[in-house]
Design a protein around this ligand. Structure first.
Ligand code: HEC
Length: 243
């Protein structure tokens, strides 16, 4: 590669790196989720929230309960007791009880499988989505980052009810911000934590191998460091006789 090609290559790489998050976000102001995929406790809390609040409509059909137990260092019996309802066995995937067609009839849209949602939408989008449900003048649920979402606000009892405050921009009424009209069971900070846990779980769900890969990464680096040291000592040993 000559110099010109090299600099063209570098600019392309930088461009791709810089534009990636923009593609993922798709406009609109998103809050930062700040997810730590190694926070096993958060993933565990998120898994419980997912089963309680989401699994009735959304499946996560790439995830098996026993895989979840293994990754989260949980006892399989504990998972069965806490996360699994009815007649599901530990080796089964996280599927919903509802028929997809019935869900489509109710909501006008089939709730999508959430196995890979963190990869397609990104953690910040999910975090903002779950925090920006509001009730309009007619008492209908709506959402700031997914306008006219067919999904109701399933955690409204925790968050409370948000109402929109409008402002006029260029003659149009647009939502300026949301205000908490009716407090929920959790404070805004607590609800933020709840959503954070849930998004951490969704992030894990979209790539459970990430947990293992990061572990391997540390060992690879340690090995390389050690190997460099050995190679250096060996070189010193060989060259001693030559000098
Ligand atoms: C009562 C059924 C129901 C429940 C419970 C539910 N959802 Fe949904 N969800 C839907 C429907 C229907 C849609 C499709 C919305 C649309 O596209 O307008 C949806 C869409 C979504 C989307 C957007 C997908 C996309 O990229 O367009 C996400 C993310 C999501 N749900 C997450 C969750 C999470 C997390 C929970 C649990 C806290 C949950 N949902 C609980 C019905 C539900």
């Amino acid at each position: 590669m000559n110099k010109k090609h090299f600099s063209a290559f570098i600019s392309l790489a930088l461009f791709l790196a810089a534009s990636a998050p923009v593609f993922a976000a798709g406009g609109g102001a998103l809050e930062t989720a700040d997810i730590n995929i190694r926070d096993t406790a958060a993933i565990q809390r998120g898994a419980k929230l997912f089963v309680n609040y989401c699994l009735s409509c959304h499946s996560a059909s790439y995830m098996r309960y026993n895989r979840l137990a293994e990754d989260l260092e949980l006892d399989e019996d504990l998972v069965m007791q806490n996360l699994v309802f009815a007649d599901v066995k530990i080796g089964e995937t996280m599927d919903i009880a509802m028929e997809p067609e019935a869900a489509a009839d109710w909501f006008g849209k089939t709730p999508p499988d959430l196995s890979l949602i963190a990869r397609s939408r990104g953690a910040d989008w999910l975090y903002t989505y779950l925090k920006t449900f509001y009730q309009d003048e007619n008492g209908h649920w709506n959402n700031l980052v997914l306008p006219n979402a067919a999904m109701p606000h399933v955690m409204w009892q925790l968050q409370g009810i948000q109402k929109p405050i409008y402002a006029t921009h260029d003659g149009h009424d647009v939502i300026d911000h949301l205000t908490l009209a009716k407090p929920g069971l959790q404070s805004p900070e607590e609800y933020g934590e709840t959503v954070h846990d849930l998004v951490t779980f969704l992030e894990y769900l979209s790539e459970p191998a990430k947990l293992k890969r990061k572990n391997v990464g540390v060992w690879v680096l340690l090995f390389l460091t050690l190997f460099t040291l050995i190679a250096y000592l060996l070189k010193a040993e060989y060259w001693r006789d030559v000098h």
